[in-house]
Design a protein around this ligand. Structure first.
Ligand code: IMP
Ligand code: MG
Length: 178
């Protein structure tokens, strides 16, 4: 069976998520409540781990967007598939995404939520591919920068495969298709 090549191991991921959670907890100390909005589906494991490590009051909500339509190159056109249920007005909002690639998704989401008048708006992504950014985006918390390769595991997929891998692995999408 095809095995993704390991880029980030489970222990390294755990350590980094713990660091991010402690920074976020410090930054939001004293705030009544943090509203974390996860970007489905890739965020689900990162969101679960990160939210459980925070020691501040927080709520969890999700949003789903689509831009790749089963391909591995962003079309640039982001579509809202499922909106958050929460009213974000006057709330401290943190968007939690799995990975920033072209930047189109996060750019779209920042604009979307900014227009809803939150008390504050920040962004957090587990991974970023700096070599692929097409639009500049505000990124307040980042787990790791990675090279320009397709990665899977820890919630991330390739055509819906490999999401449950406990590590971040690299795949060659061409070898997987068909
Ligand atoms: P962007 O809009 O191009 O920044 O893409 C962001 C979204 O594309 C991410 O939230 C992921 O869902 C998906 N994505 C981009 N690169 C990868 C990857 O290497 N593996 C899995 N999903 C990816
Ligand atoms: Mg995503």
């Amino acid at each position: 069976m095809y095995q993704p090549k390991k880029l980030l191991g489970a222990a390294e991921i755990r350590r980094r998520v713990k660091e991010l959670a402690s920074r976020i907890s410090t930054d939001y100390a004293g705030v009544d409540e943090l509203l974390m909005i996860g970007v489905l589906r890739g965020c689900y494991i990162f969101m679960a781990d990160l939210s459980r490590r925070l020691n501040i009051p927080r709520r969890i909500d999700f949003i789903a967007v689509s831009s790749y339509e089963e391909r591995t190159v962003s079309s640039g056109a982001v579509r809202l598939v499922l909106d958050a249920r929460s009213d974000v007005q006057d709330k401290h909002v943190l968007i939690v995404d799995d990975i920033v690639d072209s930047g189109h998704t996060l750019h779209y989401l920042v604009n979307l939520f900014q227009a809803r008048n939150p008390a504050s708006l920040k962004t957090c992504a587990f991974l970023r591919k700096p070599g692929r950014l097409q639009v500049s985006v505000q990124l307040d918390y980042l787990g790791f920068d990675i090279p320009d390769v397709w990665v899977v595991g820890y919630g991330l997929d390739c055509a819906d495969r490999f999401r449950a891998l406990p590590y971040i692995g690299q795949v060659d999408p061409d070898r997987l298709s068909g």
